[in-house]
Structure formats: C-alpha cells, structure tokens
Design a protein around this ligand. Sequence first.
Ligand SMILES: [Ca+2]
Ligand SMILES: [Ca+2]
Ligand SMILES: [Ca+2]
Length: 182
Amino acid sequence: MKKGFTLLELLIVIGILAILATVVALVLNPAELLRQARDSQRLSDLRTINSALGLWFASASSTSIAVATTTCTYGSTQVDGTGACQQNQVTTVNGAGWIYGIDFSFVPGGSPLARLPLDPSNGATYHYDFSVTTSGTYEFNANMESARYASGGSADVESNTKDGGTVDAVYEIGTDPALDLM
Ligand SMILES: [Ca+2]
Ligand SMILES: [Ca+2]
Ligand SMILES: [Ca+2]
C-alpha cells in the first residue's frame, strides 16, 4: 500500500502550481486591473458631474450664474477666486470647489452631489479639469491610464474620434460644441 506523496510527486505539483500562478498573473495583470478600476471611476465621476452640471444649467436662474471665465490648460484648473490655475483640492459644492463658480444648491431639491469628486490619483498627471464659458458651455477632462481605456486601447475612450474632443491623450466630455476649451 502506497502512503503519502513521493518527493518527485511533490515537486511536480509545486511546479504545476508555480506555472499556474505565473499564467494567472500574466493573464489577469493585477497592476493593469487596478489602472482599469481607476479609469472606470474616472468615467463614472465625469459622467456624474457632467449630468449634475447639465441639471444646474437647466435649472439655474440667470442671476445665479456667476461662472469663472479663466481657461486653464490641461494640467491645472481654476479652484479659487483669484483667477489662478491650480490643482483640484476643494470639493465643496457651493461654488468655491474646483468646479468654481457653480453653486449646486441652486438646483431645485438640492445639490445632486454631496461633494465634488476628485481623481482617484489626483496628482500632476491624473486629475479632473473643468473649463466653462460665460455663455454656459463647458468641458471636463480626465486622463486615462490603463491600456484598455487609454488612446489606442481596446476600449479607447480618449481618442478624439471617440470623444469628439481636441486632445487624443485625455477623455473629454461636456456641452462645449467642439470641446475645445482645453
Ligand atoms: Ca491618457
Ligand atoms: Ca480626447
Ligand atoms: Ca478639449
């Protein structure tokens, strides 16, 4: 009667497990999955604030529109009343946050957002941008980082042929006719 495993059998099992672990890591690519998760969050956030701002413009009276007019290039956004272009930090929805000048409490029934979302990474490379004109057209930008969602990826959302924007390397959404504010 054979009892337990021989050393050879154990080595074979260990070898198979090692190969399986390598294959799983290559196929699933945990780092890429994390990048995709952050990109999914970016898409969700931009669609949410795009809808919220559309609602704000649909319901705000002319006296409540006091939008900022400074246009910041991608890489910075207006976050205060000084006209300076800075990185997003302030998330209040009362017009002092990074969607500067838009007081979401004017929306009947209250602000559709409790806080303004920030990019999951929110640094120099990955952050949300906002630009608006006095006529009320606007544009939001976010930078995708995964191989899947970035320009040229299998689910490319960034290329201008996909989002109708002006910068292939970022995802653009908004009501500005040509999305050419940034
Ligand atoms: Ca990108
Ligand atoms: Ca684009
Ligand atoms: Ca643009």
